[in-house]
Design a protein around this ligand. Structure first.
Ligand SMILES: C[S@@+](CC[C@H](N)C(=O)[O-])C[C@H]1O[C@@H](n2cnc3c(N)ncnc32)[C@H](O)[C@@H]1O
Length: 195
C-alpha cells in the first residue's frame, strides 16, 4: 500500500479503492463476489456496503491528507482501511464497531493492511461515537440513524468539519463551521440500522 494521497490527484478515492482490495475484508465464501457492485453478507445480519456507495460516501466526506477520522460502523474494517489510505501516515483513523465478533475480525483484517495509524475497536454499547478533545474533523457513519444524532454532530470539530451519515434512507452531509451547521441531502440508499 502506498502511504498517503497526493492532494493534487483528481480521484484519490478511486485510487484508494483500487489499492485496498475488498477481498481482504470478506468472509472466505464471499470473496469470489468482491468485484460485484452490491452489498455482501458478513454475519449477524451485517453487510459489506456496496462499493459504489462507499465511494460516494468517501467523496462526500472530502478527506484531507493528515486528517483525523472517526469511522462509526466499521464492520469488516474495509472503510477504516480506505480512510487510512486517504489520510496517510500523518493522519489517524479510529473505527468503531458495535458487534464484538465483527469488531475483532475487522481489527485483524485492518492489521493485515500495515496501516498502524488506523485502529478498529469495539464500540461501547449505548455510547455513540467517541468524543475527543477538539472534535473530529471528519466522521463517517455506515449505518442508518432514525434521526440526525446530536451526539455525533457534537463530536465534530467546530471549524470546517464534515460528517457523512445515512438518516433513514437519505444520505446526509453535515458541515460544521464556527458560525453554523448545515445539512444537505445526497440521494437515497439502504443501510443496516444504527443501534
Ligand atoms: C454496513 S455495515 C459495515 C460496513 C463497514 N464500514 C465495512 O466496511 O465493512 C454497518 C455496521 O455498523 C455497525 N453498527 C451499528 N450501530 C453501531 C454503533 N452504534 N456503533 C458502531 N457500530 C455500529 C453494525 O454492526 C454494522 O457492522
Amino acid at each position: 500500500m502506498r502511504r498517503g494521497v497526493d492532494p493534487q490527484r483528481a480521484d484519490d478515492v478511486a485510487d484508494a479503492m483500487r489499492e485496498v482490495a475488498r477481498t481482504g475484508f470478506l468472509p472466505a465464501e464471499q470473496r469470489g463476489f468482491a468485484a460485484q457492485d452490491r452489498p455482501l453478507p458478513l454475519w449477524h445480519g451485517q453487510t459489506s456496503s456496496q462499493p459504489s456507495t462507499v465511494a460516494t460516501m468517501l467523496r462526500l466526506l472530502e478527506v484531507p491528507v493528515g486528517a483525523h477520522v472517526l469511522d462509526v460502523g466499521a464492520g469488516s474494517g474495509w472503510t477504516t482501511a480506505l480512510l487510512a489510505r486517504l489520510v496517510g501516515p500523518q493522519g489517524r483513523v479510529l473505527g468503531l464497531e458495535l458487534d464484538p465478533e465483527l469488531a475483532r475480525w475487522g481489527a485483524t483484517n485492518l492489521a493485515a493492511q500495515g496501516v498502524p495509524w488506523a485502529s478498529l475497536e469495539e464500540a461501547v454499547p449505548g455510547a455513540l461515537g467517541r468524543p475527543v478533545d477538539g472534535g473530529w474533523p471528519r466522521i463517517l457513519v455506515s449505518a442508518a440513524a432514525r434521526s440526525l444524532p446530536d451526539e455525533l454532530v457534537g463530536q465534530l470539530a467546530d471549524d470546517d468539519a464534515r460528517m457523512v451519515i445515512p438518516v433513514r434512507s437519505t444520505l446526509l452531509v453535515v458541515v460544521r463551521s464556527r458560525r453554523s451547521t448545515t445539512v444537505t441531502s445526497h440521494g437515497s440508499y439502504r443501510f443496516v440500522p444504527l443501534r
